[in-house]
Design a protein around this ligand. Sequence first.
Ligand SMILES: Cc1cc2nc3c(=O)[nH]c(=O)nc-3n(C[C@H](O)[C@H](O)[C@H](O)COP(=O)(O)OP(=O)(O)OC[C@H]3O[C@@H](n4cnc5c(N)ncnc54)[C@H](O)[C@@H]3O)c2cc1C
Length: 503
Amino acid sequence: MAAPHTANDRHRVVVIGSGFGGLFGTKALRRSDVGVTMLAKTTHHLFQPLLYQVATGILSEGEIAPPTREVLSAQQNAQVLLGEVTAIDLEKRVVTSHVLSRETETPYDSLIVAAGAGQSYFGNDEFAEFAPGMKSIDDALELRGRIFGAFEMAELGANRGENVDHLLTFVVVGAGPTGVEMAGQIAELAHRTLKRDFRAINTRTARVVLLDAAPQVLPPFGAKLGAKTKHELEKLGVEVLLGAMVTDVDERGIVVKYKDGRVERIDTVTKIWAAGVQASPLSRTLAEQTGAPLDRAGRIGVNPDLTLPGHPEVFVVGDMIALDNLPGVAQVAIQGAKYAAKEIDGRIKGRPPQKPFKYFDKGSMATISRFRAVAMVGRFRLTGVIAWLMWLAVHLFYITGFKNRVTAVLHWFISFLGRGRSERTATEQQIFARNALALLRHGASDLVSSPGVYDAAEAVLETSRRAELEARALEEARLTDEGKRGVPVDEDSASDADAGQRV
Ligand SMILES: Cc1cc2nc3c(=O)[nH]c(=O)nc-3n(C[C@H](O)[C@H](O)[C@H](O)COP(=O)(O)OP(=O)(O)OC[C@H]3O[C@@H](n4cnc5c(N)ncnc54)[C@H](O)[C@@H]3O)c2cc1C
């Protein structure tokens, strides 16, 4: 049982994760007499369903990832702490987290674990180097850089008379909602948005391939909507290859093996991995301490009230759990987190336990392109513009924050009614930083000093750098004040001034 609440010592709830489960769980506790600490490895809440729009230049990252601290600023009983949780001690009731080699221990009376899921490469993690996934803002910005960068490199190559087919071929792996949305958007980019922007290449000749080992597109949507989606994608110019399993990925291409044994190599620089998920490794930590089972995707089996066997004070929600074949969707996380928060509040107030958690399915939808989507709501199956308008309304409703909703609508107008994309900026760091960080032994921690370590030599260097900057600023101000800008100077005085600046 959770530690009893006393007047002096507020019941401490720790929430792991700032995604759908973490944020909605924390918010649901706003009126409870508890102190909530939200621990998350990013400073933002991420609206994952719109990541593909960041990757394809429609929305900015800020619109789908507001700072959690700002979202919770009015909730006085909630504190937000940055850190990647590396250990949970169920016996001592302590969560350990790290950020840049700084360790934090956070004790709890009740715990909500909502750490979500990451990309799965089905045991071929080396594919990640050349085929980034679509799980985070970093992923979306990297993909944006890679997609727009491929068109730039193709223009350069074409100017030199080279074959640029591999640069103008885009392969999306995984024909679930994310893969369908990515393929549809890349096709729209190539055929509509970019068609007038290049001189040496014709972007409309770009090849967009969506492939999956499964025999149909969007399996959870059923055969009919799957076939409709495939047809719509093909009308957009997307090649849909089914029964195609990826067996190798390298810098310049991807190898697929078909069901009939045929093997094909597709020359492509831009590969996007939208297949498979793997629950957060924290589920393994929890399973080891409780004996709870893990399924093939690493999801943990929980009790019908979302608690862990033998630990009624620990709730696990969202993408991390395996319960009654629940899908990995936002509503499962939101409803589970609200259920857990209500149970914690009820225990403090002495209410009897709730009935087992029951998921209310509000429906599923996926966009194919502008004005085209598919949706399932109860027994209804919708397609085309009506489904797309529903998709628009639902996503607008769930985007966090009024200002984000306003700017998202504006960007949607620009992209869907016009042909522009407001967020095409991409930098070299976006494309290469992930792989560069992976080369470091401890990632970003290798780039900063350890906590408490004071480097005297560095401090001396800083003093002389400061003096240099101050002298340069004084010289700049003197030139302006004495009206000496644009006045010809003789060689001697110029080198004197230079010497002065160097200090
Ligand atoms: C590209 C994409 C598109 C999607 N589209 C849809 C859709 O259209 N509709 C739909 O319903 N669902 C969609 N989903 C699924 C939906 O986003 C998830 O089901 C939902 O986010 C699950 O919520 P969660 O709280 O379990 O995990 P998440 O929302 O993933 O949150 C996990 C949180 O935990 C944090 N975290 C992870 N590990 C640690 C750690 N060790 N320490 C600290 N913090 C940690 C993460 O930073 C994050 O804040 C989509 C998912 C993706 C990736």
